[in-house]
Design a protein around this ligand. Structure first.
Ligand code: ADP
Ligand code: MG
Length: 253
């Protein structure tokens, strides 16, 4: 479970201070997957960077399972937009990277799990390749295997699907949710796509324009439905989210 209380973040550059997030409050259950959506520059990446432990200077409180969030204590998986693979490591080495960094033993069980996941994602023949020899969709799948294999307490993704073209993207979103459903790791993902939020977000958090504040968090009835676009709720939920994003944009700018 994650609890964020009165979180504010400012960036200080030269003699200017930019407030990126202001008084963010929310809780998420351990098995939640939450979409974060809002206008460009509203603080989505900043929020993820706080949750990942990259940003340590903030006001307020961030608790993971009742303890102050700490990347040395908690396992946090992060999939950035460029997938974050190390170019000089093979697919297999990239998948096992977190074990190497944490100096944890790679057991046979881990290896079996990795191979099984690679088969499910159809990348099992690529394990000796380097990232430069992979397509965008394949890189994305490798970063998925890497993240799920480390069984993180928290999984974060910053527009991890936006670099993929439309058909590959839909397949990747579906594969992600299929793999996610097995472990239901607490996940937060940033997206600028209302459609993606409606398919992948069990909850959808709308942030307002700079400094980012929560406009609303909605429970999404379309989450993980195969035919979500044809659901009778799709048009009005889409319009509602669009309006909330616009509202946040107008009120703050
Ligand atoms: P988003 O991901 O929603 O596009 P960001 O979290 O990247 O937004 O940025 C939020 C605000 O903070 C923006 O106004 C941005 O210009 C500013 N910002 C982000 N990173 C820095 C930084 N390192 N130094 C100064 N300002 C920053
Ligand atoms: Mg961003």
């Amino acid at each position: 479970m994650i609890q964020v209380n009165h979180l504010s973040v400012s960036y200080k550059s030269k003699n200017k201070e930019v407030k990126a997030l202001e008084n963010i409050n929310f809780t998420a259950d351990s098995h939640d997957i939450c979409a974060i959506i809002g206008p460009s520059g509203c603080g989505k990446s900043t929020l993820l960077n706080v949750l990942s432990g990259i940003i340590k200077e903030y006001e307020g409180q961030v608790l993971l399972n009742g303890e102050e969030l700490n990347p040395h204590l908690h396992k946090i998986g992060f999939i950035p937009q460029n997938f974050g693979l190390l170019p000089w490591k093979t697919v297999e080495e990239n998948c096992l990277l977190s074990f190497k960094i944490k100096r944890e033993k790679v057991t046979n069980e881990t290896l079996n799990k990795m191979n099984e996941m690679m088969k499910t994602l159809n990348i099992d023949a690529l394990n000796k390749r380097y990232p430069s020899e992979l397509s965008g969709g394949q890189k994305q799948r490798v970063s998925m295997v890497r993240s799920f294999l480390m069984q993180p307490d928290l999984l974060l993704m910053d527009e991890a699907f936006s670099a993929l073209d439309a058909i590959i993207k839909e397949e990747a979103q579906q594969l992600f949710l299929d793999v996610w459903s097995e472990s239901k790791i607490n996940t937060f993902f940033v997206t600028h796509s209302i459609d993606e939020a409606l398919y992948m977000g069990k909850k959808i958090m709308v942030l307002s324009n700079n400094p980012g504040q929560i406009v609303k968090i909605i429970d999404n009835p379309l989450f993980h439905l195969t035919d979500y676009r044809n659901h009778s709720d799709y048009p009005h939920l889409y319009a509602h989210l669009k309006q909330l994003i616009k509202k946040g944009w107008i009120e703050e700018s």
